[in-house]
Design a protein around this ligand. Structure first.
Ligand code: SAH
Length: 286
């Protein structure tokens, strides 16, 4: 769900930004009368994405590569994976790093999928899904050796996320996030406008690296996710999911709109992939 669907939730309201993904309908503020409609929409969107192995672009190799820059982990380590979705990357981390890992997401459907997956793989004692919001972390300060977040920090903003999460990381601990990034200095206006309305926080690698420094981390590494993280691992698996979903919800305008947005996002990616992508940023808390 990289741009597809953004949910921001706080105590007072639910804002739903459907970025088709990159942004078709932007912000709906939940009021009492419309609550049931939005709940239905959210449920539908979660159902669509939870049928996929991943909810955003990425790959096992990219997760392992990002992990290779992190040198402080032991069996006692505590890791937090924010916006974990159904936990594709959480399982890769559990398989390739020692310690205990908590995956946190807003939606029960994803957390249930993660916990089922952890049990299936025998990781239930060290990989646990918990419900919660990445802007309200229910742990003590300096609890974690590593905070991870693939394709999800945009929900609260890169700088806001890094600043807030910093206090939950131990000194000398790490943060690793993948984030939408411009890959060139200039780009066609169509894609520039598309992104600026979807996620104005998009910036180039230099800017994101500087922001990481400003948030109290030494930038340790950054790398661009390969194209197949978007195509083979994210857009292609959606084709089958879209067919099943549209058959099941043939009468739902939300379902049709969601699928149309996903298709549009995939087309944009094909057309403009040299101009933007996801970049993994790894930083060490100073
Ligand atoms: N990391 C996963 C999922 C990325 S999609 C992957 O790469 O496959 C973004 C995820 O962020 C979704 O699962 C969405 O439910 C979650 N999310 C959105 N807002 C959130 C918030 N405020 N707190 C926690 N999770 C959130």
């Amino acid at each position: 769900m990289p741009y597809s669907t953004i949910f921001l939730i706080n105590e007072r309201r639910v804002k739903k930004a459907r970025v088709s993904s990159i942004l078709v309908y932007k912000t709906i503020i939940m009021s009492n009368e419309t609550k049931s409609i939005h709940e239905f929409d959210i449920q539908l969107i979660c159902e669509y994405f939870s049928s996929l192995e991943r909810q955003g672009p990425g790959s096992e190799e990219a997760t392992i590569k990002a992990l290779s820059f992190i040198d402080n982990l032991t069996d006692q380590s505590q890791i937090l994976d924010l916006g974990c979705g159904s936990g594709g990357q959480t399982m890769v981390i559990a398989e390739n790093a020692p310690g205990t890992i908590f995956g946190m997401d807003l939606f029960p459907l994803f957390i249930n999928a993660l916990n089922a997956n952890a049990s299936k793989r025998g990781f239930q004692n060290r990989a646990k899904g918990i419900l919660g919001s990445m802007d309200n972390i229910p742990f003590d300060k300096e609890s974690f050796d590593l905070i991870w977040s693939e394709g999800a920090i945009y929900n609260i903003g890169y700088k806001q996320g890094l600043t807030y999460w910093n206090q939950f990381i131990k000194k000398g601990g790490y943060v690793a996030v993948s984030e939408a990034t411009w890959l060139t200095l200039n780009r066609p206006s169509e894609i520039e406008e598309f992104w600026n309305s979807a996620y104005p926080g998009i910036a180039d690698i230099g800017q994101k690296t500087k922001e990481m420094l400003e948030c109290g981390f030494t930038p340790v590494a950054s790398f661009v996710l390969p194209e197949r993280c978007w195509t083979e691992n994210f857009y292609h698996p959606q084709k089958k999911a879209q067919k099943i979903f549209l058959e099941k919800y043939a009468d739902s305008p939300t379902a049709h709109e969601l699928v149309a947005n996903e298709i549009k996002e995939a087309e944009y990616y094909q057309r403009y992939k040299e101009y933007y992508g996801y970049v993994f940023y790894i930083g060490k808390k100073i």
